[in-house]
Design a protein around this ligand. Structure first.
Ligand code: NAP
Length: 280
């Protein structure tokens, strides 16, 4: 039997075990997915390697710490966060599937970030994933956050990664990246094609980080918040005629991407999605 798991704190209410186990079951794989709350993530990853664990997800607050215990791929190194560890190599490799989670959630809904004016609200872990997912393809990217200096720091990291890609001759590195406080939303959102809420505003509360008056019918809105699934931002966006994508799609596709990396199989997306939505 292959053992997979999640390292974080807290992980008690994580939705990853039912989602991945539904995937294993659908493919008839002899595998289990369990959760761990270690004090030290790097030590836990080294221990998991010694125990023969096949793969780990890493969540809050350990995504940065995990970098020290793995060989990060280029994307995880650029983002500065590992959420997926693959033990099929020695040392284990570290990946960031949150970035693909954003891209694939949008793509599933027919939203193509290429050439868009994109706005990411937030500057924490989810915002990093969103900003790196959009930076390579959006025409412009604006990061707005309550604490403005954190928005500026994220924008600087994204610009630096773009410059590295450019010097390596990669395409899509020319995104203009700007940053500001939440007061900049008043100008940015009406002119945007794509909006991602990556703050925790709206989680377990009926609040929104973006006033409804700024939303419009030409906008696609992804809300990273998935509890509740139908946030006030998504309801306001729907009322304005915008395309909406709930946070469970992002959660699903970061899991799908990890599942495919670990197993080498196409993930049974429908089974994993059904399990996730049952839990929510
Ligand atoms: P985080 O690193 O702690 O960042 C929290 C962000 O929310 C920061 O930008 C913070 O601004 C902002 N914020 C918090 N309270 C605020 C308020 N009252 N007003 C305005 N801004 C506020 O958290 P995270 O890991 O990025 O998670 C953010 C949200 O995304 C959570 O709801 C989480 O559940 C969700 N999430 C979803 C997925 C998914 O797969 N769907 C993945 C990861 C996270 P400051 O910098 O000013 O503090």
């Amino acid at each position: 039997m292959d053992v997979y798991g999640l390292v974080g704190n807290p992980v008690e209410h994580s939705l990853s075990p039912p989602m991945h186990e539904a995937g294993f079951e659908a493919l008839g794989l002899d595998a289990r997915y369990v959760t761990f709350e270690p004090a030290d993530a790097a030590a836990a990853i080294r221990g998991a390697a010694a125990l023969g664990v096949a793969g780990l997800n890493v969540t809050v607050p350990f995504k940065r710490d995990a970098l020290a215990a793995v060989e990060p791929d280029e994307l995880a190194a650029r983002v500065g966060a590992v959420n997926t560890v693959d033990f099929s190599t020695d040392p284990p490799s570290g990946h960031n599937t949150d970035v693909a989670g954003v891209a694939r959630a949008l793509s599933h809904h027919g939203v193509d970030p290429a050439g868009t004016a994109a706005v990411v609200v937030g500057a924490g872990g989810a915002a990093r994933a969103a900003a790196f997912a959009l930076a390579g393809s959006a025409d412009s990217l604006h990061v707005a956050n309550r604490t403005e200096r954190r928005a500026e720091a994220l924008a600087a990291d994204v610009r630096e990664a773009g410059a590295e890609r450019e010097s390596a001759g990669e395409s899509g590195a020319g995104t203009g990246v700007t940053a500001g406080g939440l007061d900049t939303l008043v100008d940015r959102v009406p002119a945007a094609d794509l909006l991602v809420n990556a703050t925790s505003v709206g989680m377990e509360s009926d609040e929104t980080p973006v006033p409804a008056a700024h939303l419009h019918a030409d906008l696609a809105v992804l809300d990273a918040v998935y509890a509740p699934l139908d946030t006030r931002l998504l309801r306001d966006a729907r009322a304005a005629g915008a395309t909406t994508v709930d946070g469970a799609w992002m959660l699903l596709y970061q899991g799908v991407e990890a599942f495919e990396r670990w197993t080498g199989e196409d993930a049974p997306v429908d089974a994993m999605n059904a399990a996730l939505r049952r839990e929510l």
